[in-house]
Ligand binder design. Structure first.
Ligand SMILES: *[C@@H]1O[C@H](CO)[C@@H](O)[C@H](O)[C@H]1NC(C)=O
Ligand SMILES: *[C@@H]1O[C@H](CO)[C@@H](O)[C@H](O)[C@H]1NC(C)=O
Ligand SMILES: *[C@@H]1O[C@H](CO)[C@@H](O)[C@H](O)[C@H]1NC(C)=O
Length: 426
């Protein structure tokens, strides 16, 4: 009886606490879900119970529990058993106890990132035999054995990075498991933090002899540590469904935040105050598909700014202060499909040619908004028309043949990208 009372009290105090911080927040969240398309698909969006205030909703016929940022320390027994997705990011869970999730045998994904988990008991995931996605990044795990994963035969997506991994012999079974060819998508970014000589090495690449071999000779002198500062997760909102999204809109950011989690798929930096894009701003975010930089006042993009964004499909540069795009800027974007360029003061002089020719040669990239604003004589012209007139004024140069419908929507057969070298015409 006493225990029950204590638990009830705990909920009340938690809920009270949360209401203070969350009142402004939950609306934003709801909006965000709408923005991401989930809201539309939801058939029910309702408050679960007043205490604790978790959201339960159905999207595409699957039931979600969104209990992120609730200061939770454990899983509540009254949550419905037919949940498919459990979002518990940014709570205060410290330990995953045996059978903690055994009630939720339908779960497909479990998001436990950004908690304080330092211990996972061997049977913590018992019963989760449908689970495919498990997010444990950004916790306090030091060692873990393969055993905890044996209850999840269909696990295909596991994140373990940003944990202080102690690469010693206790990790042997986990490291061996991660290195099996069929597990090539599990825990790709997790790195050792200790011992010093293995710091920064990926678990995937550690050789078992390195951690279980006998130490001979003097210990190497530890090098001064260069710690990778962690992403400040209070800065932006992070969403996991439907894709890993970092929402940093309207945060008065003057530069691109550092250490963006490498598995971010959508990054929204719109409506900030980023005026320059420096080299390699996005280098480690290999998974990024959508990057929104609109409404920032960007004046200049370094040619190496987009290095590493090989999977980027959509780039929104609209409503900035760009007059042209320097040679090289777009060369890293092998899989770009959509480029938004509206509302920039594009200046129709020789410097705009690179952008124009890049788009011409990558004609499966859809773009919009490439219109001259300067100089006065070309104001309002499509850049295409300006470039054409440029050649008409130089009759010695052969006028290139442009497809008539070289426009916002290109639908010609795709050719391998980067197969054509951009011709710089003088
Ligand atoms: C980028 O952000 C702006 C403003 O927040 C929004 O209107 C636009 O649709 C976004 N672009 C993409 C590609 O999501
Ligand atoms: C364009 O960006 C400015 C700030 O640079 C902002 O005040 C304005 O609302 C934006 N316009 C649109 C249409 O988003
Ligand atoms: C461009 O494509 C969109 C959607 O694919 C379509 O709605 C629009 O009519 C197209 N515009 C032109 C000019 O073809």
């Amino acid at each position: 009886m006493q225990v029950v009372t204590i638990i009830i009290l705990l909920f009340f105090s938690q809920a009270a606490d949360l209401r203070k911080t969350r009142n402004g927040n939950s609306r934003k969240k709801a909006n965000n879900r709408k923005a991401s398309g989930l809201g539309k698909a939801s058939s029910t969006v309702k408050r679960f119970t007043p205490n604790p205030p978790c959201d339960i909703y159905t999207s595409l016929f699957e039931k979600y529990l969104d209990c992120q940022e609730r200061k939770l320390t454990f899983v509540l027994p009254e949550w419905p058993e037919d949940l498919k997705h459990m979002l518990l990011a940014q709570n205060s869970i410290r330990k995953l106890k045996n059978n903690m999730f055994s009630k939720f045998q339908k779960l497909k994904s479990l998001d436990l990132q950004q908690n304080e988990i330092s211990k996972i008991e061997d049977q913590a995931f018992w019963g989760l035999n449908k689970l495919t996605t498990l997010l444990l990044q950004h916790n306090k795990l030091k060692v873990l054995s393969e055993e905890v994963f044996i209850y999840m035969p269909f696990l295909t997506y596991l994140r373990l990075y940003d944990n202080p991994w102690q690469c010693n012999c206790q990790m042997e079974s986990l490291i061996t498991m991660l290195q099996l060819p069929r597990n090539r998508n599990l825990a790709n970014y997790a790195k050792c933090v200790y011992p010093a000589e293995l710091k920064g090495q990926k678990l995937k690449l550690i050789q078992v002899e390195q951690i279980c071999g006998e130490k001979v000779g003097p210990q190497p002198v530890p090098k001064p540590e260069i710690t990778r500062p962690e992403f400040d997760s209070s800065l932006c909102h992070m969403y996991v469904f439907p894709v890993q999204t970092l929402d940093c809109r309207r945060k008065d950011l003057k530069k691109v935040p550092s250490n963006i989690p490498p598995d971010t798929v959508k990054l929204d930096l719109s409506n900030n105050k980023i005026t320059l894009l420096r080299p390699k701003e996005f280098e480690e975010i290999d998974d990024l598909k959508v990057l929104n930089l609109s409404s920032n006042g960007i004046i200049h993009i370094d040619p190496a700014a987009f290095v590493g964004l090989i999977n980027l499909e959509e780039l929104d540069l609209s409503n900035n202060s760009l007059q042209n795009v320097e040679y090289g800027v777009l060369e890293h974007l092998y899989f770009l499909k959509i480029l938004r360029l509206r509302e920039n003061p594009w200046s129709c002089d020789y410097n705009i040619h690179y952008l124009f020719y890049w788009l011409k040669h990558h004609y499966n990239v859809h773009y919009n908004g490439l219109e001259c604003r300067k100089p006065e004589e070309y104001k309002g012209w499509l850049v295409r028309k300006y470039v054409r007139s440029y050649f008409e004024e130089c009759p010695k140069d052969k006028l290139p043949i442009y497809p008539d419908k070289f426009d916002d929507n290109e639908t010609e057969e795709p050719t391998p990208k980067h197969s054509v070298i951009v011709t710089v015409i003088d």
